[in-house]
Design a binder for this molecule. Structure first.
Ligand SMILES: *[C@@H]1O[C@H](CO)[C@@H](O)[C@H](O)[C@H]1NC(C)=O
Ligand SMILES: *[C@@H]1O[C@H](CO)[C@@H](O)[C@H](O)[C@H]1NC(C)=O
Ligand SMILES: *[C@@H]1O[C@H](CO)[C@@H](O)[C@H](O)[C@H]1NC(C)=O
Length: 489
């Protein structure tokens, strides 16, 4: 009796055991036996599934192709199902720029960590980060804006359930930039898709920020001056020294950029490499960091934050994704050049893009109540010196969610935002870099460990990044490179 019990118990108990990090599930069917899942609103037109070795891991590589009504689109959903080491978790991988997803290389690293994992091309097999092939195509717009990430998730979870013989235990989104926007869109439109969403430097407000990104270039055009990066870097370095100490600790990073009211005209006459900083350059730096204004002099979208490297947007050519967006999507004229718009008229182009695309590409619906009620957790870090996507949109969005859903503490129960001083777009920069936000998200979802701070590390030393709206200030004592020398206020 006892003997029988010992043999059977582990078999019966297996599926009900709490998921431990080391626990692995095995496939119950072979890869080639996988069948195409049902996807509401779409038709599966093709499917392949074969065992492959990718990035050093053996996976079942499934590709499902979807179409919608008579749109004629063909959306690829790729799913990797690891043959060994599957932990019961699914991970959706976001894209970047105008790409909806990343495939084999990204999927294999996720599969190596024990995830069943997927990504989608949103119906653009030859898509690139700068790809206007979908301009004017309503289905491809909807696919990229929100539909394809949802369908990818439905497909990926269904394939995992079939392959391993049990439902996915925990599902996670992982994306930055456009991938961050996709994560917010999932939380807003498909609140039951993911238990945990990591959506960094989210490209929400796509309709507006991409157009506003052209402002620095138009400032150059209007002055007919295209300063070298040495000029910008020299003025920015002066801004950093002027505002570094606002947080009490001199670490060459501005922790309180919104309290930094640096006037670049104080640098006029200084040398920047072999160039003298002129009044025109200084005025341009001031204008670029203030952002585009409407015809009443009101700033309509935030500029680059003091400390940010201006060269990505204030260069000899317009920011390419923004230029392509305005030409192909807003003006429907691929030969349209942004420099035919005066800098003081850019606000009208921002408005136009917003009217046309906010409802699809905006990703800024603050009603996250369904996501919250489904038990979802959302974590975001956004670099304060993001040189492509300054965090104003993220901050505004967060404020709207707080207003709608009961204030800061209530929202912190399920959604945490960390602004990262000295961090650029999706990482890099001189600031301390978030150490492992995805692991923090998993701990929050699976163990209820709340990410009170976000540990970060880098050249300046360690920091514990603060949950919004708190900021890091120096305690006044202790080594500046040690996290405990700083506190959140
Ligand atoms: C996916 O791969 C691209 C290109 O190699 C990389 O830039 C990006 O950070 C990766 N994204 C994720 C979510 O791992
Ligand atoms: C993608 O590129 C391939 C190879 O160049 C081409 O055969 C195919 O027609 C392209 N597909 C689309 C949808 O543009
Ligand atoms: C700013 O960006 C430009 C272009 O990427 C680069 O050449 C320059 O070194 C950067 N400046 C600093 C201070 O990192």
């Amino acid at each position: 009796m006892l003997k029988t019990f010992r043999i059977i118990a582990p078999l019966l108990g297996l599926a009900r055991l709490p998921l431990a990090h080391c626990q692995a599930y095995s496939p119950v069917i072979s890869c080639s036996e996988l069948t195409a899942p049902e996807v509401e609103g779409a038709v599966v037109v093709d499917m392949t599934a074969e065992e492959t070795t990718s990035g050093g891991i053996d996976v079942c590589n499934a590709n499902v192709y979807l179409t919608h009504g008579d749109a004629g689109d063909r959306v690829r959903v790729q799913t990797y199902l690891p043959l060994r080491g599957y932990t019961g978790r699914f991970q959706g991988i976001g894209g970047g720029g105008m790409l909806a997803g990343f495939f084999d290389g990204n999927l294999s690293s996720s599969a190596r960590s024990g995830f069943a994992t997927g990504s989608t091309d949103a119906g653009r097999p030859n898509g690139t980060e700068v790809d206007d092939s979908w301009a004017g195509n309503e289905q491809l717009l909807v696919n990229f804006a929100y539909l394809s990430v949802h369908e990818m998730t439905v497909v990926g979870k269904a394939l995992a359930e079939e392959f391993y013989g049990q439902p996915v235990k925990y599902s996670y989104w992982n994306g930055c930039s456009n991938g961050g926007r996709q994560g917010y869109v999932e939380a807003q439109r498909y609140p039951a898709d993911y238990d945990g969403i990591m959506a960094n430097a989210p490209g929400i407000n796509w309709d507006r920020f991409l157009v506003a990104d052209l402002f620095p270039y138009l400032v150059e055009v209007s002055e007919n001056e295209f300063p070298s990066s040495c000029v910008w870097d020299t003025i920015t370095a002066a801004a950093v020294s002027a505002c570094d100490n606002l947080d009490g600790g001199e670490d060459n990073i501005i922790n309180l950029p919104f309290e930094c009211h640096f006037d670049a005209t104080t640098t006029v006459g200084q040398m920047a490499c072999d160039t003298i900083i002129t009044e025109v350059y200084a005025r341009m730096w001031n204008d670029i960091t203030r952002g585009p204004q409407d015809n009443h002099g009101k700033t309509v979208w935030g500029g680059l934050i003091p400390g940010t490297n201006l060269t990505a947007l204030a260069a000899a050519e317009p920011f390419l994704i923004g230029q392509v967006w305005v030409a192909a999507f807003v003006e429907f004229d691929r030969s349209f050049r942004i420099d035919t718009i005066a800098r003081d008229e850019l606000y009208a182009e921002i408005d136009k893009s917003e009217r046309m695309y906010r409802s699809t590409m905006g990703g800024d619906d603050p009603d996250l109540s369904a996501f919250r009620d489904a038990g979802g957790k959302l974590i975001t870090y956004h670099g304060l010196v993001d040189q492509i996507l300054p965090p104003y949109g993220t901050i505004n969005y967060r404020a709207q969610v707080e207003e709608l859903l009961g204030g800061n503490e209530a929202v912190n129960e399920f959604y945490r935002l960390f602004l990262a001083p000295g961090v650029e777009h999706c990482g890099a920069g001189n600031g301390a870099q978030p150490s492992n936000p995805f692991a923090q998200l998993m701990d929050w979802v699976e163990k209820g460990l709340v990410p009170d701070v976000m540990p970060a590390t880098g050249g300046i030393g360690d920091r514990n990044l603060c949950p919004y709206p708190k900021n890091l200030v120096y305690t006044g004592t202790g080594d500046l490179t040690v996290a405990s020398s700083w506190r959140c206020v």
